[in-house]
Structure formats: structure tokens, C-alpha cells
Design a protein around this ligand. Structure first.
Ligand code: COA
Length: 258
């Protein structure tokens, strides 16, 4: 694989979109490689947490590859959007926490990729946006939907209709970025969060992600009912015994994901 690199360290898999000369734009080959890595990571016991970032100093991902978009017709466009959405759904539902280390431009498909991740930590040079409108199209990898859920209808309308970029600090203010650090601090800070997540109880982590994601898609009574069931499942885990015992014995818990 050349368009996407991956490296596993202490249960944290770092995935780097690696087309820096094209600002890490997502062409079909890159999306396929990314999906294959996520598929492998889902079932890999050695991977507890995933970080996604972009190669180079300038971009996280500057969008879907515009040179491919230029020759896309209705049918291939639908196929491309549908495939992109399936890859991003795969990320969102991979059962492990995924952190976007947003190190520069996160535009179009890049903003959509970051939004499919569970946390977005941005460097202060990052810029977010859904500029598709300027190309005469709309976002196809979830931008009209995930952005609305993250920042609300008003800001989503603004970003999707005007297509202008927002700074990292603005993104933090509106809830698009979780927090912002300096460029040099980005990876150390993301790795620290990843280690914290890697040491947490895997079943509870996965159930939390699931309850939040599924809950957003249904009415509150159904969402709360889902939470009740997920809570019950956690109560049946060895990790819950370990977590509660460790608290009472005033020691650090060692979770096993069982
Ligand atoms: N698809 C394909 N190639 C892209 C790209 C994309 N989404 N974004 C950037 N590139 C390429 C440029 O064509 C250029 O390639 P070249 O050197 O072979 O000409 C290279 O990456 C560097 O980009 P450049 O535009 O020269 O950098 P810049 O610093 O002047 O501008 C951006 C940076 C991000 C503002 C600008 O590249 C841009 O607007 N990109 C498109 C963003 C977009 O509309 N995304 C949504 C796509 S659906």
C-alpha cells in the first residue's frame, strides 16, 4: 500500500493518508486502501485505538480527488459517494475509538473523514470546510448529515452553502473540533489521548460509541432503552469487576476487554 501508511505502536494504530503532493486528496485507490486497513484493524486484538492523520505539514485531507470528480457522471458519482460513505461508516462503526489528528486542510472529503472519527484534535494551522458547492456539487461522503449533527442546522447550512473554510479555533468554538493545539504538539497530544483510551475498558468504550451513534438516530425513549441494554452488557463483563474492584482497592485497573 502506498497511498495509505499504517504503523502499530503500543496498541495504537496510526493511519497516514499519504499523497502529500496532492494534499492527501482521496482518490478511489486511497479509499480502498483505507478501508482495507480499517477492516483489518477491526478484528486485530493488538489494535485498541486508531489515529488518522495526513502526510506532510499542510493537509489532513484536501477532499475527494477533483481530477477523478471531473470525469464523473451521474452513475459513477453515485457509486463513488456510496462507496465513500461505506468507508466512513466502517470507520465510525469499527468498534474502536478513532481520533482524527487534523494537521492542516480538512476540506470536503477530508472534513467528512474527520467527522466520521470519534474525536477531532486539530493543530492551530488546520482549516475545515465543505467547499463542494464551489465545484457545483454537494458533499457526498456524509457532509450534509454529520456536520449538521455535530454543529447544528444553522452552522451546517452556512458551511455547506457558502463553502468557506473555518479556522481551527472557529471549528473548536462550534463543536467541530474537540480542541486545538499547536502544530508541534499535535501528535504528542493525540498519542497521549490514544494511550488513555487504549488503557480504558474496551467493551465500555465500544458500547459508549455505539450508544451515542445509535441513539442519535432514534427517538429518546428508544435511545435510552438502548443505553439500558448496553449498560447491562457492561455489567456482565470481567472489566466491570476489575474496574470496581480496582477502585475499592485503590489501585490502577487492568482491563482485558472481557
Ligand atoms: N483533489 C485533487 N488534487 C488536489 C486537491 C483535491 N481535492 N486539493 C489539492 N490538490 C492538488 C492541487 O491540484 C495541486 O496539485 P499540482 O501541484 O499537481 O497542481 C496540489 O494538490 C497542491 O495544491 P495547491 O492548490 O497548489 O495548494 P494551495 O496551498 O495553493 O491551496 C487548497 C490549498 C486546499 C486551498 C487548494 O488545494 C484547494 O482548494 N483544494 C481543493 C479543495 C476542495 O475543493 N475539496 C473538495 C473536493 S470535492
Amino acid at each position: 500500500m502506498t497511498n495509505v501508511l499504517s504503523e502499530l505502536n503500543n496498541k495504537v494504530l496510526t493511519i497516514t493518508i499519504n499523497r502529500p503532493d496532492k494534499l492527501n486528496a482521496l482518490n478511489q485507490a486511497t479509499l480502498k486502501e483505507l478501508n482495507a486497513i480499517i477492516d483489518h484493524a477491526k478484528d486485530d486484538d493488538e489494535t485498541a485505538v486508531i489515529i488518522i492523520t495526513g502526510a506532510g505539514e499542510k493537509a489532513f485531507v484536501a477532499g475527494a480527488d477533483i481530477s477523478e470528480l471531473a470525469t464523473t457522471d451521474a452513475m459513477t458519482g453515485m457509486k463513488f459517494a456510496s462507496y465513500g460513505q461505506s468507508v466512513f461508516n466502517n470507520i465510525e462503526n469499527c468498534g474502536k475509538p478513532v481520533i482524527a489528528a487534523v494537521n492542516g486542510f480538512a476540506l470536503g472529503g477530508g472534513c467528512e473523514l474527520a467527522m466520521a472519527c470519534h474525536l477531532r484534535i486539530a493543530s492551530d494551522n488546520a482549516k475545515f470546510g465543505q467547499p463542494e458547492i464551489k465545484l457545483g456539487v454537494i458533499p457526498g461522503f456524509g457532509g450534509t448529515q454529520r456536520l449538521t449533527r455535530l454543529v447544528g442546522k444553522g452552522k451546517s447550512m452556512e458551511m455547506n452553502l457558502l463553502g468557506d473554510m473555518v479556522s481551527a479555533h472557529k471549528a473548536e468554538q462550534i463543536g467541530l473540533a474537540n480542541w486545538v493545539v499547536s502544530q508541534g504538539e499535535l501528535m504528542p497530544s493525540v498519542e497521549k489521548v490514544a494511550q488513555q483510551l487504549a488503557q480504558s475498558a474496551p467493551i465500555a468504550i465500544s458500547m459508549t460509541i455505539d450508544a451515542i451513534n445509535k441513539g442519535l438516530e432514534c427517538a429518546l425513549p428508544d435511545a435510552l432503552d438502548y443505553e439500558v441494554k448496553a449498560f447491562g452488557i457492561c455489567c456482565a463483563s470481567e472489566d466491570k469487576n476489575e474496574g470496581t474492584s480496582a477502585f475499592l482497592e485503590k489501585r490502577q485497573a487492568e482491563f482485558k476487554g472481557k
